[in-house]
Write a protein that binds this ligand. Structure first.
Ligand SMILES: [Zn+2]
Ligand SMILES: [Zn+2]
Length: 325
């Protein structure tokens, strides 16, 4: 409503307070929300999250608002991603591009196919990660046409979202986590990291929504089928996080009170199960006195921290992120 019209309405109804009292525009939303309760309707600009697959068989997820979205990694094929976006009412044309965490094949395998079918998208990757992608994979050089270089610690905006890449500890050519600040939510991705770096910790502590890897159970890895050199690589500080490390770390972050939901990602097929990862992480949280909800359904105004393990080879439900504005 224009200022002039608002003023005219105020003058018009000045002698009839109550029924036609118009709150100022800035008050209107919050007053209505308080009256109806936040659950009464969805705010359309709020962020949503969807995982198409998570783990060594392929990683790809979606984050965005109805008007603007991003994919995180491209390890799931274009057909499945397109189908699942449509099934969840997300217009693929709103997706601006792919954020690349690093150049391992479970994260990049379908990058060119996705871009080729969706020429409006960009590939957001650090120059080192992009060069690694070209060097390590037999992918068309034409993928360079889609590349937008990004740099760690330098925020960039995509629609209403501000994205900051940060250092993780892994053995890709270059390795990033992402802090994505959007309408009503701060979402942080920390996957493929053998230890929590100082910069990862700095960004994770901003998160209301955290996707963090819980790759393996230490006993299952030790006694499992992998050759010794692979076991050593996974357990190293440039490999992956085990369930206990993830649980203890998430508990230390959750104690600060910002965190609302945790999505455990990149669960190993051979050295972990969803039940083992959930059991260990939730146990660490509860041991630290933090109330946990294992329910995967979206909720609002919930005081407990929701924890869920993302499915390895199928799509999750669409999750609405209801952070504080
Ligand atoms: Zn990796
Ligand atoms: Zn990976």
């Amino acid at each position: 409503m224009s200022r002039r019209r608002q003023k005219r309405n105020q003058l018009l109804w000045a002698d009839q307070p109550g029924l036609f009292d118009l709150p100022s525009e800035s008050d209107a939303g919050s007053a209505n929300l308080q009256a109806l309760g936040e659950t009464a309707f969805e705010l359309p600009e709020r962020m949503r999250f969807l995982s198409f697959g998570s783990g060594s068989s392929g990683n790809c997820s979606y984050i965005g608002t109805p008007e603007c979205g991003l994919l995180i990694d491209a390890g799931v094929n274009n057909k499945y991603v397109t189908e699942q976006l449509a099934a969840n009412g997300i217009d693929i044309h709103t997706i601006q591009g792919i954020l690349l965490t690093h150049d391992h094949s479970d994260h990049v395998r379908f990058a060119y196919a996705i871009l080729r079918y969706n020429r409006h998208m960009r590939l957001y990757a650090t120059p080192k990660a992009f060069n690694g992608l070209l060097r390590r994979h037999s992918m068309s050089r034409r993928i360079a046409d889609y590349h937008t270089p990004i740099y760690k610690e330098f925020p960039f905006t995509v629609g209403p979202m501000t994205v900051t890449a940060f250092e993780t500890s892994h053995d890709g050519s270059d390795n990033c986590g992402f802090c994505i600040e959007g309408p009503g939510a701060v979402f942080v991705v920390a996957t493929d990291t053998g230890t929590i770096t100082a910069r990862t910790d700095y960004y994770v502590r901003k998160a209301q929504y955290l996707m963090i890897e819980s790759d393996y159970d230490a006993d299952m890895l030790r006694t499992g089928p992998y050759p010794q050199h692979l076991k050593a690589r996974i357990a190293s500080t440039i490999g992956h996080l085990d369930n206990s490390d993830t649980g203890r770390y998430v508990a230390s972050v959750a104690a600060a009170g910002l965190l609302r939901r945790v999505f455990l990602c990149h669960l190993s097929d051979k050295n972990n199960t969803p039940q083992t990862a959930m059991g260990t992480v939730c146990h660490e949280l509860e041991s630290a006195g933090i109330a946990v909800c294992r329910d995967a359904e979206p909720t609002v105004n919930e005081t407990r921290i929701h924890v869920m393990a993302l499915p390895r080879e199928k799509c999750s439900q669409l999750i609405l992120l209801h952070g504080e504005p």
